[in-house]
Ligand binder design. Sequence first.
Ligand code: FEO
Length: 400
Amino acid sequence: MTSPFSAVKITDDVWWVGAIDWNIRDFHGYVTKRGSTYNAYLIMADKITLIDTVKAPFREEMLARIASVVDPGKIAYIVSNHSEMDHSGCLAEVIKAVDPEKVFASPVGAKSLKEILTVDREITGVKDAETLSLGNRSLTFMETRMLHWPDSMFTYLNEERILFSQDAFGMHYASLERFDDEVDPAILAYEAATYYANILLPYSPLVLKLLEKVTAAGLDFRIIAPDHGPIWRKDIGGIIERYGKWAAQKPSEKAVVVYGTMWHSTEKMARAISEGLSKGGLNVKLMSMSEVHRSDVMYEILGAGAIAVGSSTLNNNMLPMMADVMTYMKGLKPKNLLGAAFGSFGWSGEAVKQLEQLLAEMKVESAGGGISVRNVPDGAILARCYELGLTMADKVRSRL
Ligand code: FEO
C-alpha cells in the first residue's frame, strides 16, 4: 500500500513535507490546545534541498511526504534553520537515510547540532547574508540569533521570494489546511498571538531590530513559511504588522488580574480590584489560576497596561499555582506594565510581599503598596481594593 502521507505543493518547485502532531498538548510548559505541526520544506532545485526536519517520532511521516515528490536519497543539501529538537530530533537519522552532500546551519547552529546529533557528520556554518547556489535557484541566509535560540536563522529562496522563518511567524495549530487563507482568521490571530506571548516575547527588542533589518534589505516576501502552523501567502503584511505591534509592547487600556485563592478571600479582593479597574475605564480579564493555564495568562498580558497579582499565604509562601505563573511570566519579560499585589492570610501573610518582590524584579512599575488582609476581607478592605483598581486605571490611562 502506498503511504497516506503526501507533500503539499506551495509553488511549482517548493513543497511542504512536514508532520502534523494532532495530540501534543504541552510544549515545554505552553499548553497547545490545538496541537501543532512541524514544518519541513523541499526545494526541487538542481540541488534538491530540504529545509529543516521534524520531531523524532514523525520522521517516517516526513520521509513519506518527501517520497511522494522525489526519492529522499536524491536530496543534495539539508539546511537546519534551528537546532531545537522539534526540528532536529530526527536530523541524525535523516542524514543517515539520505546521505546528503552537505548539511548547512548558522555558525552557532553548526556547533550546537554537533552536540545534539549522534552522527559524525560535518555541518557547514553559513554566515549572515551568505548566498548558496542550488544551481537554478539560490538561498540567502539571515542570522536571527536569539530568535529564539542562539543558533536561529532564516533562509530566503531568492527566485521564489519565499522566507523560511523557522519558529518566527509560526503558531501551534494542527490542521490539514496548510495556508493562512484556508484557516479561520480568528484562530490565526489568537494562535499567532499566543505563540508570540509564550515563545518570542522576551526577545521583542531583537524582533524590532529584525523587522528594521528586513525592511532595510528591501526583502519582498511572496510567502512566509514558518516551522509551525499555516504558511502565510495571503496576509503577510498583517502578520508582520502584528509582530511589530507585539514587539513594541505599548501598553493599552487593558488590565489582567491573576490570582490563587484558598477560601475565596483573595478571590473577593480580586473581584473588587477588577470592578475598580473597569469603572476606571480599563478592559479587565480576571483569571483564577485554579481554572486557567499559565500560557493563557501570557496571551492576555500581551499588550496589557496593568497587572494585579494575588495569592493566599500557604505555609509562609504564595500558593504554588501563583509561584508557577509568576516564574513563567518573569522568564517571558513582559514590559511597560503597572502592577500591584494583594492577598489574604491566616497568621503570617508573606505572599503579598513575595509577589511585590517578584513584580519589582520584573521591573513592573508599582501602583502603590499591596493590600494584605487577615482572614476574610470586610467592606472597608474591599473598598480599598476597589480604590486600588481605580487608581491603577487612572495611572494606566495617563501613560497611554
Ligand atoms: Fe519550534 Fe524553537 O522550536
